[in-house]
Design a binder for this molecule. Structure first.
Ligand code: BTN
Length: 260
C-alpha cells in the first residue's frame, strides 16, 4: 500500500528550527509552486512546506511540464533569504536532494548542471527556484523539488529513456516520508550555514559531473557546443568554445557529448 505523506508524520520530532515545521498537504494540486507562492504572498512563516500527492500541472524549468503522478514527491518550500543568498538556493536544494536520496536509499547520485539529480545518467529529481524581488530585497523565494520516487518510469514512455525513479533503481518502494524528512533537515542545515556561500559552492561544484566534459548547451533559442570549463559563484556555466572563446551561461540544459 502506498504511504501517504501526512503533515504530522513529516513534522513529528523533525530536527529543524523552521523548515518543515509547518506542512500543507494536498491529495492533488495543480502545482505546489503556485500554492507556495500564494502562501508567501500572505507572508506565511518561513520554512512552510507545501506537498502534493500528485500535481496536475507540475512546472518544470524553462516552462516545461513536470510529471508528478501519485507515488512521486512534489514539494515546495517558502523562504525569505537575503538577496546575497539567492544564487545559492539552487546549490542548497541540489545538495539537500543528493544527500537525502543517498542517505535513505544508499544509491549513488550525480549532479548535472544546473540542478538535475541523476542516477546512472538518468534524471531522478528536478529542482525549480522561483523568487520575487521588491526593490533590491527578496520578497520571497520558493524551492520546488520533484523526485521520481515510487513510480515505474516505463509507464511514462515520453520520458522513460531519460528518467529513472528510486523504486526502479531499488527494485522496491522507498519511504517517501524518510526522504522528505531528511531533505528538509539537510536543506535547513545548508541554508543556515550559507554564510558567504563558499563551502556550498565548493561542494556543489565538486559534485557536478558536467565539468571538464564536452557538452551541448541549449540556452533559450541558442545551441552552444564546447567544454564545460567551470561554474561561477552565481551558478552560471563557463563554456569554452573551439575558438577559445569563453561564454557564461546563466540558464540552460546540458547534454553530455562524451561517454564517461
Ligand atoms: C525541472 O524541470 O527539472 C524542475 C522540476 C521541478 C518540479 C517540482 S515538483 C514540486 C514543484 N512544483 C512544481 O510544479 N514544480 C516543482
Amino acid at each position: 500500500m502506498m504511504d501517504l505523506i501526512l503533515p504530522d508524520v513529516i513534522t513529528s520530532v523533525l530536527e529543524t528550527r523552521f523548515i518543515g515545521q509547518r506542512v500543507i498537504h494536498f491529495p492533488s494540486h495543480g502545482s505546489t509552486m503556485e500554492a507556495a507562492k500564494q502562501e508567501a504572498r500572505q507572508k506565511a512563516v518561513e520554512g512552510t512546506v507545501v506537498i502534493a500527492e500528485e500535481q496536475t500541472s507540475g512546472k518544470g524549468r524553462a516552462k516545461r511540464i513536470w510529471l508528478s503522478p501519485k507515488g512521486s514527491i512534489a514539494l515546495s518550500v517558502v523562504l525569505y533569504p537575503d538577496v546575497s543568498q539567492l544564487s545559492y538556493l539552487v546549490m542548497i536544494a541540489s545538495l539537500a536532494a543528493v544527500r537525502s536520496i543517498e542517505a535513505v536509499t544508499g544509491l549513488q547520485t550525480q549532479l548535472k548542471w544546473p540542478n538535475d539529480v541523476l542516477i546512472k545518467g538518468s534524471k531522478v529529481c528536478g529542482i525549480l527556484i522561483e523568487s520575487e524581488l521588491q526593490g533590491s530585497n527578496v520578497a520571497w523565494a520558493i524551492i520546488g523539488i520533484g523526485i521520481n520516487a515510487n513510480n515505474t518510469m516505463k509507464d511514462y514512455p515520453k520520458i522513460a529513456a531519460a528518467a529513472t525513479s528510486l523504486s526502479d533503481e531499488m527494485g522496491k518502494d522507498v519511504s517517501r516520508v524518510a526522504i522528505i524528512r531528511c531533505l528538509l533537515v539537510e536543506m535547513e542545515k545548508l541554508y543556515l550555514s550559507v554564510g558567504d556561500g563558499e563551502h556550498i559552492y565548493q561542494e556543489w561544484r565538486g559534485r557536478l559531473i558536467t565539468l571538464g566534459k564536452k557538452v551541448q548547451v541549449l540556452s533559450g533559442e541558442r545551441v552552444l557546443d564546447g567544454v564545460a570549463e567551470d561554474v561561477s559563484r552565481d551558478g552560471s556555466l563557463l563554456l569554452r568554445h573551439g575558438n577559445n572563446y569563453l561564454s557564461r551561461i546563466v540558464a540552460g540544459d546540458v547534454t553530455l557529448r562524451d561517454a564517461g
